[in-house]
Write a protein that binds this ligand. Structure first.
Ligand code: HEC
Length: 218
């Protein structure tokens, strides 16, 4: 069969026009708006899991914008300082609870899904082993975060109530309350700040990390 000359010419012309059009006028899509649209279209409120979780605060926005690169100091420093300033001290001045309860919380990855009934922090676990080695007895742990085995011992904490231990105790409390106070784009959940765990639970985790009796420090 003979090729249809007229059709070939027409097609050629159309393609040339199309290519010229692409080079000259194709607008760059607003990827941020498209992403927001995709995210909000992909989720819905269900039980205790609400889509308001998709809303980013200033530190989330800065880190999203950096796309995995480190933030410049001039951007990170004020965000971290504001986060640190908002960390409250425990109401009764007592930082350490019971490490046995802390270990249970560290093991527990439950909470905050739409199949969970309560949105109260007391219904949540800390899911710490998902990212950290902690006690030596637990062999199943993630490595997104550093090992916390012998956390207190390696930092020379023999009496968590002593003045010598205060800087480590303060730092650990603030890190658990809001990990972004020291590292703006930390991947660690902001347990106190985000209302994921309450003060009592955080104290139990403090004891797990810092109590000399805790298996973590043997
Ligand atoms: C999604 C992963 C993730 C989870 C879950 C997580 N962490 Fe972290 N954590 C990290 C990462 C990553 C770092 C190191 C980077 C940073 O934040 O500075 C870290 C750092 C830390 C540090 C500071 C260590 C140091 O040497 O200064 C402590 C303490 C800590 N985590 C405790 C916990 C505890 C306790 C829990 C559970 C309540 C927990 N983490 C849950 C990822 C996680």
């Amino acid at each position: 069969m003979k090729p249809n000359k007229q059709l070939t010419l027409m097609l050629g012309g159309a393609i040339t026009l199309l290519l010229a059009g692409c080079a000259a006028t194709t607008p760059v899509p607003d990827y941020e708006a498209l992403l927001t649209q995709m995210m909000s279209g992909s989720f819905r409120d269900e039980g205790i899991a609400k889509t308001e979780r998709l809303q980013q605060d200033s530190v989330n926005l800065a880190c999203s914008k950096a796309q995995g690169a480190a933030l410049p100091d001039a951007v990170a420093a004020p965000l971290q300082a504001a986060a640190l300033k908002s960390v409250p001290k425990p109401a009764n001045g007592q930082y350490l609870g019971d490490w046995r309860e802390g270990e249970k919380l560290a093991q527990n990855g439950r909470g905050m899904t739409w199949t969970d009934k309560s949105a109260a922090p007391s219904a949540n676990g800390g899911n710490c082993y998902n990212c950290h080695q902690i006690s030596k007895a637990e062999l199943s742990f993630g490595t997104i975060g550093p090992s916390l085995y012998q956390y207190g011992k390696l930092r020379g904490v023999s009496d968590p109530q002593s003045a010598a231990a205060a800087p480590i105790v303060d730092y650990t409390w603030a890190k658990l309350w809001n990990a972004k106070a020291f590292n703006a784009c930390s991947e660690m959940p902001r347990f106190g700040h985000g209302g994921l765990l309450d003060e009592t639970q955080l104290k139990h985790l403090m004891a797990l990390l810092l109590d000399p009796q805790s298996p973590v420090n043997q």
